[in-house]
Design a protein around this ligand. Sequence first.
Ligand code: ATP
Length: 359
Amino acid sequence: MIEVRNLVKDYGGHLAVDHLSFTISDGQIYGFLGPNGAGKSTTMNIMTGYIGATEGDVLINGHNILEEPEEAKKCIGYLPELPPLYVDMTVMEQLNFAAELKKIPKKEREQAVQEVLELAKLIEVKGRLIRNLSKGYRQRVGLAQAVIGFPPVIVLDEPTVGLDPKQIIEIRDTIKELGKKHTVILSSHILSEVSAVCDHIMIIDRGKLIASDTPENLERQMEGASGMELSIKASEEEIMTTLEAISLAADIVVSESGEEGIKHVSLNFRSGELDPEEDVRETIFFAFADQRLPILSMQSQKASLEEVFLELIKEAESDGVDDSYELKADGEAEISTAETGNEDISDRGVEEGEEEQSE
Ligand SMILES: Nc1ncnc2c1ncn2[C@@H]1O[C@H](COP(=O)(O)OP(=O)(O)OP(=O)(O)O)[C@@H](O)[C@H]1O
């Protein structure tokens, strides 16, 4: 189990993570969803001990990442946004090195490397230099490196960035496979990505958690209708009076239907203001029935998860706070490659004020 309590990361006056608290239960796949710059990478970097927090605590299976970093990190495998790989090593050498750093006992290393080579489908390129691998294969090496030794918690930052659709499907399948035995946390700004693999979605915006639920429940938040179209045999005044009496949290547009005495009514419900226990269709039906005003047709439109997400972050967007905001509901994310070269993949200590992570 992971507990994140009141986490804050202040980058010189800019709050990248703003008093974030959540709990991650074992054996599920969690998705961190949020626009660019929402604070996903920063949160993951703190959770995995890559960088320090300004305030707050992270407990990994009861071990505080700051106070017991060795114990806590043993429980985690991490694939950062840019996988740290030695381009002059072969895949085998890199994975052996990762196994050594993870302190996997020497006699178990060969087996551990073999297991992740198979899982990440790297057998045929195991003797190749990383420098000569495609972006997709490098990402697989990064993934293999993160899961070597199969720690109970696997954290993946934007695991499919820059991959082609076939590679995305392959990585997703691997993540689902991992999710059968491990707790997996992955970040993405692509909705279809998280809804395809995750049991639970946490939506982060401007460093704050704005929603946390199963994909089904997030959709259900607006179930019944996000909008409704009706034909009602009544005058505009009767319609408005009846709807006002039931205090609907909706924008109402009444127009001519084209048929004498019948109006067309469009309702757009405001998110989060509908009572999930109440079926708004029944409320409307009885309100008009009580007035002896016949509803001739009623059609409700369910909000898609995408609409829920957009609705939740609409405020941030309209504030124009983060103009790098970009949601891709479908398809591929933009390629974010950088030569990771000879970065040291050794476990790095947590140092206060360490700010080397670039946006
Ligand atoms: N080292 C740093 N110094 C200063 N500001 C930073 C640093 N790293 C990140 N930030 C800022 O913190 C905010 C959160 O960044 P972060 O990378 O965590 O977001 P993200 O949700 O992972 O976005 P993306 O999907 O674009 O990676 C951004 O506004 C970013 O500009």
